[in-house]
Design a protein around this ligand. Structure first.
Ligand SMILES: [Zn+2]
Length: 119
């Protein structure tokens, strides 16, 4: 799978709405409807790796890092636009807004219930 950004002008580096550790739900593709935890965020290619989503079998040879070779399940990245953040308060998939706190911190906010997502 191609993970390189497209050629052309410098892409606009847009912040991804999810962070590692977030719970998300997949909204398109073969894993639509699955929920999982974000393992990795790849901002350069606007992709995220989600636990249990886009899993394929990989054949691994034993080496210094992996003592036991064999066939293992490996998650691949999915496009960040194909996942929605699951709100901690209302437990629904939601879009996020940004709220600026009194101390100047920018936190994400659930657009569904209005609850602050980051502390
Ligand atoms: Zn909410």
């Amino acid at each position: 799978m191609a993970l390189k950004p497209r050629h052309g002008p410098e892409p606009v580096r847009k912040a991804i709405h999810v962070r590692s550790g977030d719970n998300v739900v997949v909204i398109s593709g073969k894993d639509r409807g699955k929920r999982g935890k974000v393992l990795r965020v790849l901002p350069k290619v606007n992709r995220v790796v989600v636990e249990g989503v886009n899993v394929s079998k990989t054949h691994v040879r034993p080496n210094q890092k992996v003592l036991q070779g064999g066939i293992i399940d490996q998650e691949s990245a999915v496009d960040a636009s194909n996942v929605m953040l699951v709100c901690r308060s209302c437990h629904e998939p939601t879009r996020t807004g940004v709220q600026i706190l009194d101390d100047g911190r920018r936190v994400r906010r659930c657009k569904r219930c209005g609850e602050t997502i980051d502390r």
